[in-house]
Write a protein that binds this ligand. Structure first.
Ligand code: ADP
Ligand code: ZN
Ligand code: ZN
Length: 732
């Protein structure tokens, strides 16, 4: 009899423990396999954590333990889903992120291999029929059969359908001339790129960065390079070095839209060795790529966030390009950040981690400043290309706007017209995060903020209230502006679609395309839109910040930020940082070719330091100033954050549970932590569930976490309360 300790597929903290099941079939079950079990009379998927053997029967075991053991209903896998390294990583991630282990497994594995029932409907291995030569003797064959036989003989083996018609090929099989066999089919094929003839010569600065990184004693190195400084070449050179040492490379990019271009760079240099993993692949393609990597058939993996879990072995180098981008953090369980996971993996392999960015996250920058991470810099653009000339347009001054328009200033429209005449290209950016509307005075630019925490208030349509997501402050929707008395209160929030429409009216002959979350969802659309824009089939590209990063369009000489500071209004301690980043990155898109570029920044807060320093691309000055804010307000990187999300069908219980939790923590840790809340989150009711959150700020997360984990385990599931932890949340 085998006794299996099984994790259940549900990602609930209260179920984050194993349940025992029996198996007495012919196989020997190994830990790391999936099994089907019955749990509370439901069929669910389970994941085997441990296997013990017992000479006793099911009846005897039940009698001794005092409860009825159930048998599993099916054994799904014969081999463990994860190799040893990834198995250990899974435990480490679960521990660091205070997350149910099963949720980490779901995040790590492609759909078909996940421990969830739906994986049974996921894609399976696809096979193709092939034939191979057995006997090349042509006597007694028809002309057509001879033709087919020669074709197979010439290649040794070939796809059956390519050898000839079914009738001819089957006849040859019958006569023992050839043999049919099944071969795994790769449903995903990286487009064939011509191999690079000779890699570019690195500049002096790039060479220096490469050797600084290679020689650094630190395992993690920040590569801070202004936009257009040639970081990609540095990644490629480093990769070459580690590949020549026989080690493998993990190359992470923040957004799907950036994978095709990075894949092209790597494929052109390292022919045939590259695999891709990102969410735009179909589940079948992803499954095939995953298995190809697991079999050791790729030496470089390029992908977005979840590629950090690629089953690549012998990793020598992990690169995170644009390491500051938020999409590296998963925004649901297990709430992991690819940077943190990359560092965990690198520690296992003794690998190097390179974090590249023009505007590093504060966490990374602070660690590099303190010498925890190594540091390499690229301070100039390639060929000393000038940074674009920037101009900030003050939107509070109504006279600069186009008539009856709240979006476009005359300066911006004129500048676009000028580019169209010169056959140059334009990028227009809006901030996606601005969709969630905030409230401002159209007359004076006053933004409605919370009187106690000074964060901006957000508008909630369902109850016509302005709310502070920080402290729970609410106020009814204002009729007049408290600072100028105007009644022109404006909810800001608009989409790319409307911008394109308005723009087309001003510029009837312009060829405009757009790229944002909606369009981006359509598979392959991103790559083709960007390729068409690069090929100058369009004059203007309108999009969200997704297009602000990474891309290199030599003919773009104007970048317009339609509403640069919309992000400032967001209720997040990182609102200023992300606004600065957006402006810097956007400005960096302009003038990357031979021609000098311009950037126009429309803003309601033209004197805010995020806007002025962003326009100047002065990261260091911004860093110093914003760090003072973080210290005063006790936010990262001075403090670590852990958010706790409570949910229950009963609102009172939800509140009580969170209050008691807070009291418990404060009693236990006193001054070692600050606990804010309970806060009413933006989505306060989801389905039948009421939500409340606590925010823990601490300088000693390692001291607090074990106790927190125990407490969450003990309380989650009790009295209809469920608790989720978000370690290192980005929004708060
Ligand atoms: P970053 O990622 O730092 O913004 P990129 O890697 O996109 O910069 O490089 C900017 C531009 O400089 C690209 O057009 C790239 O082809 C070019 N470039 C990079 N390295 C070199 C080099 N050593 N010699 C000539 N051009 C280069
Ligand atoms: Zn006003
Ligand atoms: Zn407040």
């Amino acid at each position: 009899m085998q006794i299996l300790s099984v994790l259940i597929q549900h990602s609930k903290m209260s179920l984050d423990r194993t349940f025992s099941y029996l198996y007495d079939g012919p196989e020997q079950v190994v830990p790391g396999c999936r099994v089907l079990v019955s749990f509370h009379a439901q069929r669910v998927m389970g994941y085997v954590e441990k296997v013990e053997f017992s000479p006793l029967s099911a009846e005897e075991l039940s009698r001794i333990n005092g409860f009825d053991f159930a048998f599993i209903s099916d054994l799904i896998d014969k081999e463990p889903l994860l190799n040893e390294e990834l198995e250990r990583l899974c435990d480490e991630v679960a521990e660091y992120y205070l997350a149910p282990k099963i949720s980490v497994l779901q995040a790590m594995l492609p759909a078909s291999l996940r421990p969830s029932l739906s994986s049974l409907r996921g894609p399976k291995i696809a096979y193709e029929k092939w034939v191979e030569i057995l006997d090349a003797d042509e006597t007694g064959l028809t002309d057509k059969q001879i033709e087919a036989l020669r074709l197979v003989a010439a290649n040794g083996s070939t796809l059956k359908k390519e050898a000839g018609t079914d009738a001819i090929v089957n006849a040859l099989i019958k006569k023992g001339k050839i043999r049919q066999f099944l071969k795994e089919k790769d449903r995903f094929l990286i487009p064939e790129y011509e191999k690079e003839k000779k890699p570019r010569e690195l500049t002096l600065a790039q060479n220096e960065a490469v050797s600084t990184i290679l020689n650094s004693e630190k395992d993690v190195v920040l590569l801070q390079g202004v936009t257009g400084s040639g970081k990609t070449e540095v990644y490629l050179k480093l990769s070459e070095e580690y590949l020549s040492r026989g080690q493998n490379i993990l190359m992470l990019v923040p957004e799907i839209s950036l994978t095709p271009i990075m894949v092209e760079y790597f494929s052109r240099r390292f022919e045939g060795n590259v695999a891709i993993l990102h969410s735009e692949l179909t589940p079948a393609e992803k499954y095939d790529e995953y298995r190809r990597i697991a079999k050791g058939e790729a030496r470089v993996v390029v992908g977005a966030r979840s590629a950090v879990f690629a089953p690549l072995r012998n990793i020598g180098l992990i690169i995170l390009d644009e390491e500051h981008v938020e999409s590296y953090k998963q925004d649901n369980l297990p709430y992991y950040h690819a940077r943190e996971v990359a560092i965990m993996r690198a520690r296992h392999f003794g690998a190097k981690v390179v974090l590249g960015s023009a505007t590093p996250s504060f966490e990374t920058k602070a660690r590099a400043s303190r010498g925890v991470y190594g540091y390499a810099a690229l301070t100039r653009r390639i060929n000393e290309r000038a940074l674009p000339k920037t101009q900030i347009i003050d939107l509070r001054n109504r006279s600069v706007m186009m008539p009856r328009d709240t979006v476009f200033s005359r300066i911006l429209i004129d500048a676009i017209k000028q580019r169209l005449e010169r056959k140059e290209q334009v990028i227009l950016l809006i901030n996606r995060r601005g969709y969630s509307s905030y409230v401002t005075c159209a007359n004076c630019g006053h933004i409605f903020t919370c009187p106690s925490c000074h964060g901006n208030l957000t508008y909630h349509r369902e109850d016509e209230l302005l709310k502070c997501h920080h402290c729970g402050y609410v106020v009814s929707y204002p009729n007049v502006c408290p600072s100028c008395g105007s009644e022109k209160i404006m909810r800001v929030g608009f989409g790319t679609e409307r911008i394109v429409k308005v723009l087309q009216e001003y510029l009837p002959s312009a060829r405009i395309t757009r790229l944002d979350g909606d369009v981006g969802k359509v598979r392959k659309k991103v790559a083709s839109t960007l390729a068409e824009f690069r090929a100058q089939e369009y004059d203007i590209l309108v999009g969200t910040q997704m297009i602000a990063k990474g891309h290199d369009f030599p003919n773009v000489t104007l970048v317009g930020l339609v509403l640069a500071d919309i992000g400032l209004s967001l209720p997040s301690f990182r609102a200023t940082e992300t606004t600065f980043e957006l402006i810097t990155q956007a400005v960096g898109r302009s003038g990357r070719g031979e021609k000098v570029g311009d950037a126009l920044i429309q803003s309601y807060n033209p004197f805010h330091y995020a806007v002025t320093l962003g326009a100047k691309q002065d990261y260091e000055a911004f860093y110093v100033k914003e760090m003072q804010q973080r210290r005063i307000t006790k936010f990262p990187p001075y403090y670590y954050l852990i958010a706790l999300h409570f949910s229950s069908k009963d609102e009172t219980r939800c509140i009580r549970a969170s209050v008691e939790f807070k009291e418990n923590l404060e009693q236990k840790f006193g001054n070692d932590l600050i606990c804010v809340g309970p806060v009413v989150p933006y989505y306060a009711v989801v389905g039948l569930f009421h939500k409340r959150s606590l925010l823990i700020k601490t300088k000693v997360p390692a001291t607090i976490k074990p106790y927190l984990a125990d407490l969450v385990h003990a309380l989650s599931g009790k009295g209809g309360i469920d608790i989720e932890c978000d370690v290192d949340p980005l929004d708060y």
